[in-house]
Design a protein around this ligand. Sequence first.
Ligand code: SF4
Length: 329
Amino acid sequence: MNKPSPIKENDHLLQVLHLKTHYPVKGGFFKRTLGYVKAVDDVSFEIKKGETLGLVGESGCGKSTTGRTIMRLVNPTSGQIFFQGRDISKIKGKQLRGIRRNLQMVFQDPYASLNPMQRVGDMIAEPIYNFMKKSKQEMKDEVMELLNKVGLQQEAYNQYAHEFSGGQRQRIGIARALALRPKLIIADEPVSALDVSVQSQVLNLLKQLQKEFDLTFLFIAHNLSVVKHISDRIGVMYLGHIVEMANKKDLYNTPLHPYTQALISSIPHPDPRKKAERIILQGDVPSPINPPAGCPFHSRCPQAKLECLTVKPSLKEVRESHKVACHLY
Ligand code: SF4
């Protein structure tokens, strides 16, 4: 297997090396560990400063767990997470709190992630209050500026989350995530709960804020069109593994992995006459408790060969900046 090596501080903002997050499955009278859900199983990638890396895949493929593990909301089972050149995979307490200033998350359900009892102004000010020594007036000025940056009226300061639409709530969530001027934002399905008409507004806002605040994004979504809209590079996940990683253009124009080919064939084309034949995958995604031997995709792959049943393919660069985990290459 190609072993990626740790990077120097200035090369990338984030590098993830052989990350595994396995959850124990307990059962029986004594709540013994009966097995493990291999939610993330040997994932490696890196994100450059200012870049947006999209992670895409069906629900349960491990993309959200990858984001939550990088945020250290979940502890990794093994592997390393380098942020600004420093391994943050095992840090705790004060050190972890310090790192969280620079690493923020935007969640799928803006309503669930906002406190319904708190005024919007207090919600956005909370991280500033916790991390920065600022006067009341300075905090208020800061919050007003953030509201303006995310396209909300100043009146929002004294209102509650339930008084806003889904798109506006997501703008509040984004303002809160920006409050500490983080370097990396992990956006986990940030627009999937929103109407299609509002989705592009929020995506365009994120793009605009990325330039203004010098942000780097890990953008997690199941919708390929959404990921295409915002990402520079895209990693495709299946059953806890990254099976393909390439820049946006190469991934959508020349997908190499049979799974990516099937996903892309399902995107509606604006001109139905130009639409390539849709590849329908047979069967369900296998259980991450008992993943298949060999290639994790072999039970559904239309091109599987004998070798695929026993030998797991590693993620290899087969074209410039285009990696794939498949024995066909
Ligand atoms: Fe299909 Fe084999 Fe490639 Fe896996 S390694 S995607 S089973 S061809």
